[in-house]
Design a protein around this ligand. Structure first.
Ligand code: ADP
Length: 266
């Protein structure tokens, strides 16, 4: 709360009163603080790979280039860091388009079963690599959805790639769809992975928030996947929630409008 006092004077300069203005600045301050945090986070996230690239390039210059095996390993590190930076910048651009509503939704009638089967297919190689069993469960009464296929594919890709990243070899993942009591479609991605401690759950959709920064970075994560998913679901008029038990697994659930809800969703 900001309080300003302005004295009022009569012509003869004697005081006649005071104007007191009470201004609620908490919301504005919060916004300003989250903007500052965001800029600091972006700078840090970009600086880290740049510093690594610089030191490996210097090591190559200082002689590592002469040793074939070492040189190749260092070039590999540089390429990985560059790829992570590209992913980061792509995610940032996507978020900024979503923030400024520059990405109008191109909705189309979509068959949910087909969409979920296709996600599982896209990840079949990674699933096999980690011997993770994946299952798709679709409730019989599911009706077609009214959604932007590219954007929802991105949400599903983010969620399934997290589920794979944070699940040990031999675990399992389930993609399911049911109708809610309110008549929307509810899609869940459930895994039997490492889970998230309760204390982290309230911040998990925040930009750059990660339970274990080092682990996420090592796995090529940008810390933006869940925030992008949330923005896309919000733009569709749906909601997204995450529930998790440490060492047991995680379930992310989001809702989408049906074709019948088309009128109210736009
Ligand atoms: P990242 O690129 O780090 O995966 P996300 O925004 O997608 O970023 O996720 C934020 C953080 O949430 C992750 O760093 C991880 O700590 C946690 N997380 C997300 N999904 C899962 C999951 N399925 N199991 C365990 N932890 C998860």
């Amino acid at each position: 709360m900001r309080v300003t006092f302005t004295p009022i004077h009569r012509r003869d300069k004697s005081a006649s009163g005071t104007i007191v203005v009470l201004q609620d600045v908490t919301e504005q301050e919060k916004l300003e603080q989250s903007r500052r945090e965001f800029v600091a986070n972006v700078s840090h996230e970009l600086r880290t790979p740049l510093t690594t690239i610089k030191s490996y390039a210097e090591a190559l210059e200082d002689g590592a280039l002469q040793e074939k095996e070492l040189g190749e390993r260092f070039v590999g590190v540089i390429r990985n860091e560059v790829e992570r930076m590209i992913r980061l910048v792509t995610d940032l651009l996507h978020l900024s388009r979503l923030d400024s509503s520059q990405a109008p939704l191109r909705r189309q009638e979509t068959d949910i079963a087909e969409m979920l089967e296709e996600v599982a297919d896209r990840f079949s190689f990674q699933l096999r690599q980690k011997s993770i069993h994946a299952e798709v469960q679709i409730a019989e009464e599911i009706t077609p959805a009214w959604l932007d296929r590219d954007q929802i594919d991105q949400v599903l890709d983010n969620l399934v790639s997290n589920a794979i990243k944070y699940t040990m070899d031999g675990g399992s993942i389930e993609l399911s769809a049911i109708m809610t009591d309110a008549g929307s479609i509810s899609i869940s991605v459930k895994d039997t992975g490492i889970g998230i401690p309760k204390k982290d759950l309230s911040r998990i959709f925040d930009r750059f928030y990660r339970v274990d920064k080092a682990r996420s970075r090592n796995m090529g994560g940008t810390g933006l996947g869940l925030s992008i998913a949330r923005e896309i679901i919000k733009a569709h008029g749906g909601t997204i929630t995450l529930d998790s038990e440490w060492n047991e697994g995680t379930i992310v659930t989001f809702t989408l409008p049906t074709l019948q809800e088309r009128g109210t969703a736009e």
